[in-house]
Design a protein around this ligand. Structure first.
Ligand code: SAM
Length: 242
C-alpha cells in the first residue's frame, strides 16, 4: 500500500465504501479482492480482474463498449484521414478483450502478453488474430516495425525497476512517425500491483516521442458506483514518434 493516508482520507470521505473494501481484503476471490498475483516480477490477472469496475454482465458489456468507443475516438482524432498503420501491436493484450477492435484499425495486428493462460483464451476466441508471448521489456518485434502501439492498463502494472526497459522497448519498436496510445494510472491510489506515474513521467520515459494529448479514461456511466474514487485515475496518453 503506497498511500495509506490517502486511503484513510478516501474512506472518511466515503464511509459506505469501507465494508466492501474490507470484504475485498478478506475474500480475495470477491470482485473487490486482488484478482491478480505476482510471478517472476510480472503482475498477472484472473480473467475477471482486467476491468475492475463492472459488477454484472451488462456492466461488463457497457464497460467494453465505452472503452472501445473512447479508444476509437482517440484513433480517429490522431490518425491522419488516410493513415492506416501497416502493423499494430497491443502490449499486454491479456485475453484479447480489446484485440479485435485495435486489429480493425491496421492491416496486421499482434497481441503480446507474458500470461500464457490469457494468450490461450485470446487465441481461442480470436483465431484470426496473432498472439505471442512476451513482456513489454523484451518484445518479440523488430526495430521500427510498428505503426500503432496500444498499451491499455499495462505499464501501470510494471514496477519501477522494469519501467525504463519497458519504455525503451516501446520506443524501439515504433516506426518513425508511429503512434503510441497508452491508458495508465497517473495519480494515486497505487498499491503493490499498481504503480501510478504522472503524465510528465511518461513524457520523460517516452522521450523523444512527443505527447499529443491526454484524455480521461473512458468508462461506463455507472463506473463511480463501483469504484472507490469519483473519477478514473487513468489517462489515455497519445504519443507520436519523430
Ligand atoms: C489489467 S490487464 C489489461 C489487459 C488488456 N490490456 C485489457 O485492457 O483487456 C494487464 C495485462 O498486462 C499484462 N502484463 C503484466 N505485466 C506485463 C509486462 N511486463 N509486459 C507486458 N504485459 C504485462 C498482464 O498479463 C495483463 O494481461
Amino acid at each position: 500500500m503506497r498511500d495509506p493516508l490517502g486511503l484513510i482520507r478516501r474512506g472518511l470521505e466515503r464511509p459506505t465504501k469501507i465494508p466492501r473494501y474490507l470484504w475485498g481484503l478478506l475474500v480475495p476471490s470477491s470482485r473487490w479482492g486482488p484478482e491478480w498475483r505476482r510471478r517472476d516480477g510480472i503482475v498477472l490477472f484472473e480473467p475477471g480482474g482486467y476491468a475492475a469496475s463492472p459488477r454484472t454482465r451488462p456492466e461488463f458489456a457497457s464497460n467494453l463498449y465505452h472503452e472501445v468507443v473512447g479508444l476509437w475516438a482517440v484513433l480517429d482524432e490522431h490518425l491522419e484521414c488516410d493513415e492506416r498503420p501497416e502493423t499494430s501491436l497491443e502490449v499486454g493484450c491479456g485475453y484479447g478483450r480489446l484485440s479485435p477492435w485495435i486489429a480493425r484499425r491496421s492491416e496486421t495486428h499482434y497481441g503480446v502478453d507474458p500470461d500464457e493462460r490469457a494468450l490461450g483464451i485470446a487465441a481461442t476466441q480470436y483465431p484470426d488474430l496473432a498472439f505471442a508471448r512476451g513482456r513489454a521489456s523484451s518484445l518479440p518485434v523488430p526495430d521500427g516495425a510498428i505503426g500503432l502501439t496500444v498499451s491499455w492498463t499495462v505499464l501501470q502494472h510494471v514496477d519501477d525497476s522494469r519501467i525504463e526497459d519497458a519504455a525503451a522497448e516501446l520506443r524501439r519498436v515504433l516506426a518513425p512517425g508511429g503512434l503510441l496510445v497508452c491508458c495508465e494510472r497517473v495519480r494515486p491510489p497505487g498499491d503493490d500491483h499498481i504503480w501510478p506515474r504522472s503524465v510528465e513521467t511518461y513524457e520523460r520515459l517516452f522521450e523523444p516521442l512527443s505527447l499529443r494529448a491526454a484524455y480521461e479514461r473512458p468508462v461506463e456511466p455507472t463506473w463511480n458506483e463501483a469504484m472507490p474514487t469519483d473519477r478514473p485515475a487513468e489517462r489515455v496518453l497519445v504519443f507520436r514518434a519523430p
